[in-house]
Design a protein around this ligand. Sequence first.
Ligand SMILES: *Cc1c(COP(=O)(O)O)cnc(C)c1O
Length: 211
Amino acid sequence: MSLIKENIISIKNELPPGVTLIAVSKKKSAEQILEAYQTGHRDFGENYIQELLTKQPVLPNDINWHFIGHLQSNKVKYIVPFITYIHSVDSEKLLVEINKQAAKNNKIIKVFLQIHIATEETKFGLSYEEADEILKKADEYKYVNIIGVMAMASNTNDENQINKEFYSISQFIKKYNQLVNLCIGMSNDYLIAIKNNATHIRIGSKIFGER
Ligand SMILES: *Cc1c(COP(=O)(O)O)cnc(C)c1O
């Protein structure tokens, strides 16, 4: 069996029930995605619009595509027709545009608000206060369903720091009944994410190898 298949099967075997694995396939080919697909896996995450638009048409229709990269409003229209989840909603402007394009396509898009929990300035995401403001108005957006939050922890080996960041976001979602999904954890920190009640983890290199 190929390494990709072995990796995906062994990661899934160690996940508790109810945790969805998103296989992050950025910079990997359609052939590599297909290998993972052949194990029965259907949830794939992509970061870049152009890459996704190249791969999506040549891959099976029953893939659940998760958009996890920074998304510019003017690119939303290209992915709305086929995207299942958008995890990287980091402004109200973007939410407004997703709502508009979803309405045009007569579909409801499931979205996650991306929250900035890391210490680095460079990562995208809303503060908890900004997320509160958007959630107050969630009903205005008829064609988006805000089902959870997504976040990336600080890029550090300090497990206590990562744990603190994941814990804080796990507490934040308790304020909102609609936020039932918590998308945290990547190759290096997904076990800490699971301890903090992650419902979705996003794993790239541990499945497909280094990029
Ligand atoms: C690339 C990426 C991942 C996967 O990272 P790995 O460390 O390769 O598992 C997860 N989430 C986001 C937002 C990413 O950009």
